[in-house]
Design a protein around this ligand. Structure first.
Ligand code: PLP
Length: 352
């Protein structure tokens, strides 16, 4: 606390990111990074940018990248917004679209950055409890609100809605913006991008950090009606005109051009997720059905923080949230087959 801080800063409760430990030889299954690196074509494209042009500012509107994304999703570039990670895109969404008279809605168990942005931008919110099975019920969102945001698949539960269920929420709230945060959609959920031409209140947010293995490059995007995108662009150009540096723009373009790498690596993650889920279930874990690159599981006897601490002693880091309803759960990122074997072996020895 400092007397020089603004009143707002004194009251902020910032997001606490998963640890990035400095130790070597760790099995790091705590922040949902992709265990298979980015496409070699991405690295090549970034290397090709490393010259004297770095003295120049990048394209402020990332036109080429936005065109590539538009072609990929069969929309027009005016329907695409890009930012420095989807966290930055989400920040602009909270400030530019979700700060309204009425409170916005999001699930009680969800991405913990949402309440942080509410605090930063003074957005009123009301949490909507997930069902007893930790599922999101679309009917719960058909009530007056100033906007709606949820991840699909949800984090940290991993559970997904079908596209028809998402559409029920969007169609039932024509006067509110509905933001679907699809950070994990490529690991097995149905994207709502195909609905954006029919619903001017729908905004779909995605990231290159997870399925495209580029968390270190910081690229996120949003797709929706051109009017929503223009609103976000107004916020962006009142904040930072150049959020996407030259390397990020070039690398992201190459990522969308290597569909084979994308498909191969995400299918490996999906296959490992199914194997890990089955193994955990055989060890007395209750595992929620996951459509993401992580599983959310609780043991029928042992507590969550206890298991996390025991795994840590063996150099395996998983995420534990000390929060109501989910304190007994662990969120375990799917790693390589070797990482996952180490995790499963360590859990077997805990039982001895
Ligand atoms: C990882 C994640 C993000 C943030 O992604 P970045 O693009 O790396 O900022 C956004 N939403 C959810 C639900 C996530 O899990």
């Amino acid at each position: 606390m400092s007397r020089y801080w603004s009143p707002l800063v004194s009251q902020l409760q910032p997001y606490v990111p998963g640890e990035q430990p400095k130790m070597n030889r760790l099995v790091k299954l705590n922040t949902n990074e992709n265990p298979y690196g980015p496409s070699p074509r991405v690295l090549e494209a970034i290397r090709a940018q490393l010259d004297d042009r770095l003295r120049l500012y990048p394209d402020p509107e990332s036109d080429e990248l936005r065109s590539v994304i538009a072609r990929y999703y069969d929309v027009v570039p005016e329907q695409v917004f890009v930012g420095n990670g989807s966290d930055e895109v989400l920040a602009h969404i909270f400030q530019g679209l979700l700060k309204q008279e009425q409170p916005i809605l999001f699930p009680d168990i969800t991405y913990s950055f949402y309440p942080v942005y509410c605090g930063l931008y003074g957005v009123e919110s009301r949490v909507v409890p997930l069902t007893d099975e930790f599922a999101l019920d679309p009917e719960d969102y058909l009530v007056p609100n100033g906007g709606i945001i949820f991840p699909n698949p949800n984090a940290p539960t991993g559970r997904a809605l079908t596209r028809a269920e998402v559409e029920r929420i969007v169609a039932g709230n024509p006067d509110s913006v509905v933001v679907v945060d699809e950070a994990y959609v490529d690991f097995g959920a149905e994207s709502a991008v195909t609905l954006v031409d029919r619903y001017p209140n729908l905004l779909v947010c995605q990231t290159l950090s997870k399925a495209r293995s580029l968390a270190g490059l910081r690229v996120g995007l949003a797709i929706g009606h051109a009017d929503l995108i223009e609103g976000l662009t107004r916020v962006k150009n009142s904040f930072n005109s150049y959020p996407m540096d030259r390397l990020a723009q070039a690398g992201a373009i190459a990522a969308f051009e290597d569909e084979d790498w994308f498909n191969e690596t995400r299918h490996k993650v999906i296959a490992e997720r199914e194997r890990v889920s089955a193994e955990l279930a055989s060890m007395d874990f209750e595992v929620l059905p996951s459509s993401a690159n992580f599983v959310f599981a609780r043991h029928r006897e042992w507590g969550g923080s206890e298991i996390a601490a025991r795994l840590r002693e063996q150099g395996i880091i998983v995420r534990h949230f000390d929060r109501p309803r989910i304190a007994d759960f662990l969120r375990i990122t799917i790693g390589t087959a070797a990482d996952n074997d180490e995790l499963l072996q360590a859990l077997r020895t805990l039982a001895d």
